[in-house]
Design a protein around this ligand. Structure first.
Ligand SMILES: C[S@@+](CC[C@H](N)C(=O)[O-])C[C@H]1O[C@@H](n2cnc3c(N)ncnc32)[C@H](O)[C@@H]1O
Length: 253
């Protein structure tokens, strides 16, 4: 998969692309990332990429022409889906990441200052995405969030084939707690079942822990969760079925 990133601060991407899973995915050519400095497409001698807002008011607005020219060149060979990172976009979720991971190319446009000229959005942007209800100084961190979360969903990027499928949110459940050595720390022990070697029991325990945590912390997720008949049976046995049904009814769309 290819990511093209349009930014006026390309240096911000250097370190995150050099570490961990993203670095390995780049080295294995599972992803290609090209960071474009919008300033290189500026048309005036001062390489201006922003200007004062028409109508007055605070701050500066990112100019249309350098962004459009940069995008034109980026899209020349194989066009990709153009995403503007923006606090007024749809809130980014794991489901969005799963949808984007099906594509061959994403173009991530990073705003700065007060945002980008509205005409750029109308003419060139397929989708606006927000990473949450707060304001960042620029779209670069949000672009990295999209790049990171999409990359780890690509086939063979993660070491363990099914670990993305078992992550929090992938089936609208929070992930159960995890433990590693030592078995005891500060008087706290690892749940006995995890030491039993009985994989069916471990799976059942983890499933019920996921449901308990979700009920406690994010019951609204259960509105979209689905359970197999075997899982429903487990929920009944654990006395959680009624609570789950209530949450599902309260939060189903
Ligand atoms: C300071 S913000 C502009 C905020 C804008 N004045 C407003 O009130 O909506 C500058 C840029 O950061 C990025 N940004 C800020 N918050 C974001 C968020 N929650 N998700 C995605 N991008 C964000 C966008 O690219 C935005 O154009």
């Amino acid at each position: 998969m290819r990511f093209d990133i349009l930014t006026i601060f390309p240096e911000l991407f250097a370190s995150p692309l050099q570490e961990g899973i993203i670095r390995r995915a780049l080295e294995a050519s599972q992803i290609q990332v090209k960071v474009h400095n919008i300033r290189d497409w500026a048309i005036d001698k001062h390489a201006m990429t922003d200007d004062r807002p028409f109508g007055g008011g605070e701050g500066m607005v990112m100019k249309l022409e350098p962004m459009a020219a940069c995008l034109h060149d980026v899209q020349a060979t194989a066009p990709g889906r153009v995403i503007l990172l923006s606090p007024r976009g749809a809130v980014y979720t794991q489901q969005t990441a799963e949808r984007l991971a099906q594509l061959d190319k994403l173009v991530l446009v990073c705003g700065r200052y007060e945002g980008v000229d509205e005409r750029f959005c109308h003419l060139h942007v397929d989708e606006e995405l927000s990473i949450g209800d707060y304001i960042l100084t620029g779209g670069e961190l949000a672009a990295l969030v999209v790049l990171d979360s999409v990359t780890r969903l690509l086939p063979s990027v993660l070491g363990c084939a099914d670990s993305a499928a078992k992550d929090t949110f992938s089936r609208n459940l929070l992930k159960h707690g995890q433990y590693t050595r030592p078995r005891e720390f500060a008087g706290m022990t690892v749940p006995e079942v995890l030491l039993s070697g009985d994989h069916a029991q471990i799976e059942a325990y983890r499933f019920l822990e996921s449901v308990r945590l979700t009920l406690e912390r994010r019951p609204e997720l259960l509105g979209k969760a689905n359970f197999s008949p075997a899982e429903e049976k487990q929920l009944k046995k654990a006395g959680l079925y009624e609570q789950v049904q209530q949450a599902r009814a309260a939060y189903s769309c």
